[in-house]
Design a protein around this ligand. Structure first.
Ligand code: PHE
Length: 557
């Protein structure tokens, strides 16, 4: 039996033991809603990363099989780049629509339906209309638009279950983030295996089934676990300042408690389901469906997407600033400034972190000694370490934040960002040291790669879930969806930058027949400049800004 199969079995077995353990050990600390959102997001990410694992290979080997190999690869990578950045561009619109028209719950369900349709259409494309490019692009667009409704809003919604300065919030987002990575871990090993070994279409179909499961979890558990939260658009909601006693009962109490609390909740959050809201909601659904084919036209226009991304990012920072000036209080004004500053550092982090799927995988392929116990491990498998480290270390971080908080030693959010960037730089440091001092014949021992992934993952845990949590704390309540969408834009921008930085490692001055030591030099000097100097510099700069940002957060940590 091949190694891919066994990795898949071991991963599933591990997860099946791990998840109950995590839920059991956290059941008293966190509301039930966390676990429902955890599962929904886990399956959604399963579908996203599952299809992503197959996408480039499928395009290069199957869809563009008629082209010359180099050309097929270039086409595939171009479309892949546009796809991954557009996926994080639509959350801006999805976030605004959730705030103003749909409410978080309808937005998540609508997005989930669109994504399910997209995945199944992709499977269908291969089985019934093989090679139909229009259908292929249309399927991707369903996923792009669906993600815009689903992904930012499920994160914002989680924030609703915790008070403003609730010490459990960062911990909750860390557990939620673990769900993200369990989904991606299972997807990489399962869809990758099924897609490559059995059939592409089954791989894509499996992604669709994952998404459908996520949707069902959210839909069915909603009425009993979420109360009335997320039904109205947040812009019309009257949020109580603190989580009320009823809420606490709703989240933790006995069944009778919960039923009583639900009734009370219904009075608090009177439903705004007037004719006008209803009409706007239907209008949103219809306009979105009409818009999807238009989105598909952009998939082939890589440069246009880059341009749109840059313009949008500048524009959105401008909108955030304008929004800050319109705030009634100095506190909420300055809090938005913190979001704007961290937007830039967040983008730097992901631009280098995302080398993992690009240049680092190619580096692993050519310059890492991958022979372990006599057999050579395929380069793509190494990305699995990231998801694995996140999955196992997330509970540690979640508990650590709560504990540090109790002893008043918890770092502030900007300080956690400094730590995240510093660990990212440290990871690149490990690789550079390995390349410069420990390589033999241009091959770096594999242990350096594993430690790099370890530091990148702890860096990610210090920054990414904390960033999501922060958005739900620092944004004006009625516009959380929009600010979350803006936050995702920094990831879209970062994915594009990642491609550009990755290209540096494949620059023209490396000739076709460069020796391994020559390619190693190119990788290590690119990582030295970008991974260590730029990221380390960013960490230092942010460190200097911490006191100011802390002041601007006005009491929120
Ligand atoms: N791995 C993360 C995820 O899929 C990347 C990410 C972080 C995306 C933050 C969006 C926002 O969720």
């Amino acid at each position: 039996m091949d190694i891919g199969f066994w990795i898949m079995i071991v991963a599933w077995a591990f997860v099946l033991v791990w998840i109950p353990f995590i839920i059991y050990s956290n059941r008293k600390t966190h509301p039930r809603a966390l676990f429902v959102l955890f599962f929904a997001e886990m399956w959604e990410r399963f579908s996203y990363y599952g299809m992503r694992a197959l996408l480039t290979l499928y395009m290069a080997k199957e869809l563009f099989a008629a082209l010359a190999e180099g050309e097929a690869k270039a086409q595939a990578l171009g479309i892949y780049g546009s796809y991954t950045s557009m996926v994080y561009l639509t959350p801006i619109i999805g976030g605004i629509l959730a705030d103003k028209v749909l409410g978080f719950r309808k937005a998540v369900i609508f997005g989930g339906l669109l994504m399910t349709a997209g995945h199944f259409a992709l499977a269908l494309e291969g089985m019934v209309f093989p090679g139909n490019m229009n259908l292929f692009f249309l399927s991707l667009s369903f996923i792009i638009v669906g993600n815009g409704f689903f992904k930012p809003n499920i994160s914002s919604f989680l924030g609703n279950f915790y008070g403003l300065n609730d010490s459990r919030k960062d911990g909750a987002f860390t557990i939620f983030y673990m769900g993200v990575n369990i989904g991606s871990l299972l997807a990489i090993v399962t869809c990758g295996y099924v897609g490559e070994q059995i059939s592409w279409h089954y791989g894509f179909g499996l992604a669709g089934i994952g998404m459908l499961l996520g949707l069902l979890v959210f839909w069915l558990a909603g009425p009993t676990v979420f109360g009335k939260k997320g039904i109205n658009p947040s812009s019309v909601e009257n949020f109580p300042e603190v989580i009320e006693e009823e809420d606490i009962k709703l989240l933790h109490g006995t069944k009778a408690d919960r039923m009583a609390a639900l009734e009370k909740d219904a009075e608090n959050f009177e439903l705004v389901q007037d004719a006008k809201t209803k009409r706007n909601q239907w209008l949103t659904y219809v306009v979105t469906l009409v818009g999807i084919p238009i989105v598909s036209l952009f998939l082939n226009l890589s440069d246009a997407v880059t341009l749109a991304l840059i313009i949008l990012s500048i524009g959105i920072l401008g909108v955030l600033f304008a929004m800050s000036l319109k705030q009634d209080t100095k506190e909420s004004k300055e809090r938005l400034w913190v979001v704007m500053v961290l937007f830039l550092f967040h983008a730097v982090f992901w631009a280098l972190f995302e080398q993992a799927g690009g240049s680092i995988t190619l580096f692993t392929d050519t310059n890492v000694d991958r022979v372990v116990l006599g057999s050579e491990i395929p380069a793509s498998i190494f990305q699995f370490f990231n998801a694995f480290f996140i999955m196992t270390l997330a509970p540690v971080f979640s508990i650590m934040w709560v504990k540090l908080r109790a002893s008043k030693k918890e770092p502030t959010t900007p300080m956690k960002f400094v730590l995240g960037l510093a660990q990212l730089a440290l990871g690149f440091g490990v690789i550079v040291v390995g390349s410069k001092f420990f390589a033999t014949d241009g091959l770096v021992p594999v242990v350096f790669l594993v430690f790099m992934y370890l530091f990148h993952s702890t860096g990610e845990l210090s920054l990414s879930p904390v960033g999501l949590s922060m958005i739900t704390k620092l944004s004006p309540k009625k516009a959380v969806g929009f600010v979350m969408g803006a936050w995702f834009l920094s990831i879209a921008l970062a994915n594009k930058m990642a491609g550009k930085i990755g290209e540096l490692t494949a620059s023209e001055d490396i000739s076709e027949n460069a020796t391994l030591s020559e390619t190693l030099d190119v990788y290590s000097s690119t990582y030295l400049t970008w991974g260590i100097f730029v990221v380390g510099g960013a960490a230092l700069l942010l460190f200097v800004l911490v006191p100011t940002l802390r002041k601007w957060m006005n009491g929120i940590h």
